[in-house]
Write a protein that binds this ligand. Structure first.
Ligand code: MRU
Length: 366
């Protein structure tokens, strides 16, 4: 997507000199998402350890982008040392960096397998090639999700009498959460680009405010009309007919269609169900965990630092970025980062293969 007329992906390799054996040495560039929306910064990562810090601190975040970052993390690891023992150690370190998004495990396993099948001297090139392929595939998948979602929006808006078609989204599932296009926002970009009159209700998404800071920023850069709302406003808007459709992303989806996504998604699904508002999850296939069936018992929910709840960060009047405490000094806080929306509350799942009901998800990929 474009930022001020320049085309960007969220992650890309860059060459930084040559090794004594004349091999190119790569590092990886990312958009540091912790600085958005107030500052746009590109950061260069030269080691696996730096990539792990970037994943843990959410400089890169969002399930598909975490997968791409893990793939490049493995390439950085192989560049350091291509031995089996080193690769195994690095894969384990990456797997522990964030537990919920299954894309991370998927990408690490895929990279391990590719590298293991290559002779030692071919592993470095092979790893960088595979990481680039994972990124290109992510872009193609999200592009297809956008097309399928567009058809859905076009069909739904045919019965719509408002001036604009109002879509509510939670967290950030736009291009910043992927390599490009986004998952939940891909159909929105496509619909806007096709000339439809789309308006997006953007949940702020406490505690890290990915909606207020990232979704609002990227929609604004693309010129899409949007309104940031507090996380608690969605139900009220649905009761008053101001939401035509909900589209969210996902961090892990079970083979039975339970959707694990950013904390607060479940409450939106309940409100949508009560108000007969269609609730869709946009899900690339690497986000589906075919090994599990029950989202509530089988998915590890990441517990993040309580300070993310107790403090808020923002831009002050004099242009500095500061964190301020919003809770009493001695109050405990709890910070589960994701929740599970049971399949029965999900109207449909938008994948790169088409749109399906949760019970037919497996069939779609057979
Ligand atoms: O904790 P994050 O920001 O890495 O959360 C992941 C997400 O961005 C969301 O849960 C998103 O809705 C799904 S990923 C496209």
């Amino acid at each position: 997507m474009k930022i001020d007329e320049k085309v960007y992906r969220t992650i890309w390799p860059i060459t930084g000199g040559v090794s004594p054996k004349n091999d190119a040495i790569f590092s990886v560039s990312i958009i540091d998402q912790t600085s958005l929306p107030h500052r746009f910064k590109v950061k260069e990562l030269g080691t696996l350890d730096e990539m792990i810090v970037a994943i843990k601190t959410m400089q890169v975040r969002g399930a598909p982008l975490i997968g791409a970052a893990a793939a490049y993390g493995m390439a950085l690891a192989v560049q350091e040392d291509a031995s089996n023992i080193h690769i195994e150690k690095c894969a384990n370190a990456l797997l522990q960096s964030r537990p919920t998004a299954v894309n991370l495990r998927w990408a690490v396993n895929r990279m391990q397998k590719i590298v293991a099948d290559l002779p030692l001297e071919a592993r470095n090139n092979g790893a960088w090639r595979e990481a680039a392929l994972i990124c290109d595939e992510d872009v193609q998948i999200n592009h297809a999700i956008g097309q399928h979602g567009l058809a859905l929006i076009q069909a739904a808006s045919a019965q719509n009498t408002h001036k604009s078609f109002n879509i509510l989204t939670h967290c950030n599932a736009g291009w910043l959460a992927t390599v490009d296009w986004g998952t939940a926002l891909a159909p929105i970009y496509k619909a806007h680009d096709a000339g439809m009159n789309i308006h997006v209700w953007v949940d702020e998404t406490r505690p890290r405010n990915q909606g207020a800071s990232l979704t609002a920023w990227e929609l604004g850069k693309h010129g899409i009309p949007h309104t940031v709302i507090s996380d608690n406003a969605g139900g009220h808007l649905m009761q008053h007919g101001q939401v035509d459709m909900v589209i969210v992303g996902a961090d892990r989806v079970t083979s039975t269609g339970d959707v694990c996504n950013k904390i607060g998604t479940y409450l939106k699904a309940l409100a949508a169900f009560d108000n007969q508002v269609p609730f869709y999850a946009a899900v690339p296939s690497p986000t589906i965990d075919w090994t599990i069936q029950d989202g509530l018992s089988d998915i590890e929910i990441e517990m993040r630092d309580a300070d993310e709840v107790s403090y808020m960060t923002g831009l002050t009047g004099d242009g500095t970025i500061e964190s301020v405490r919003i809770t009493p000094a001695h109050s405990h806080a709890l910070n589960p980062a994701f929740d599970v929306t049971p399949a029965r509350l999900v109207t449909g799942i938008i994948t790169e293969r088409g749109v399906t009901t949760p019970d037919k998800l497996k069939q779609l990929f057979e």
